[in-house]
Design a binder for this molecule. Sequence first.
Ligand code: FA5
Length: 327
Amino acid sequence: MSDILTEMLTSALAEIETTTNTAELEAVETKYLGRNKGLNELRRAIGTLPKDERPAFGARINEAVAQTTEQIESRRAALVENELHLRLASETIDVTLPGRPQHAGRLHPLTQTANSVKQALAGMGYEFVDGPELEEYQYNFGKLNYPEDHPAMDEQNSFFVTDNLLLRTQTTALQGRVMANRRPPFRCATIGRCFRYESVDATHHHTFHQVDVFMVDEKASMADLKGTLGTFARTMFGQETLVRFRPDFFPFVEPGVDYSIMWRGRWLELGGAGLIHPNILREHGINPEKYSGFAFGLGIERVHMIRTGVDDLRLYLENDVRFLRQF
Ligand code: FA5
């Protein structure tokens, strides 16, 4: 029994000496001094010895425990000190190293496009106004002359937050907000995010951007609309750009059209337009006998796609710098 104790003490002291960090040391401590382990396990053997040998053996175990504990403590002090030095060395900052270059950022391609749209329209006398993305039902649909059962208002197509609030599906929603506060003549425009519950593909997203332009004055006509759209299209796409109207339906215009531009030999659809419906003017206390107005809207993504040849609008929301840094 005495030999086992000697061997155990010898190997405990040797193992303590070879530990290289505090975690290893703790493992050794548990192995020899843990409850019912190592030296403490030997205590249980005391009862099996002849009575007269028990006190001496017990005393030797106590001594071995004391010696091991002392060794562990002094080893721990050395290891803690060592670990501190290692940490300080690894955290040292070399102040003589040259700085890392900062890559200059740039505006998102849609921001750049929105800015050039703004510039074109501001140059034609349009004032930019912002509206909320979380819009009231009345502005998104109600005051825009939608019939009660129009499919666009279906929950399938819009993100409703409450019965009365939805993520706006079109920036045309701003019209009612402006008309509530202003008397003609006015020329306003707005650019912002719109949302539709649509399946996403290369030309449709649930989140996209539109610009809406509208004006009310005496004697505004389809000819004015076509002139304005022509000027806008030539500023955005080049001096040779042609604009084509085709009849289309939007509840808030009468007559309504969709319009396309001739781009590299093909007609490309840009958006919708028309004369503001007399019901809307009347709704806001503007006399449709005296005043008329036009409105048009289009997608910002679409403008950038036409100008640059990007063929998938999902790329604009992915924020992959390999795509963004091309513009
Ligand atoms: C409208 O949203 C009308 N408010 C436009 C308008 C304004 C008509 C004023 C008359 C007077 P439309 O749903 O066609 O119309 O959308 C207009 C443009 O927004 C489209 O040509 C397209 O470029 C863009 N757009 C519409 N839905 C999406 C979508 N899911 N993803 C990306 N772009 C879209």
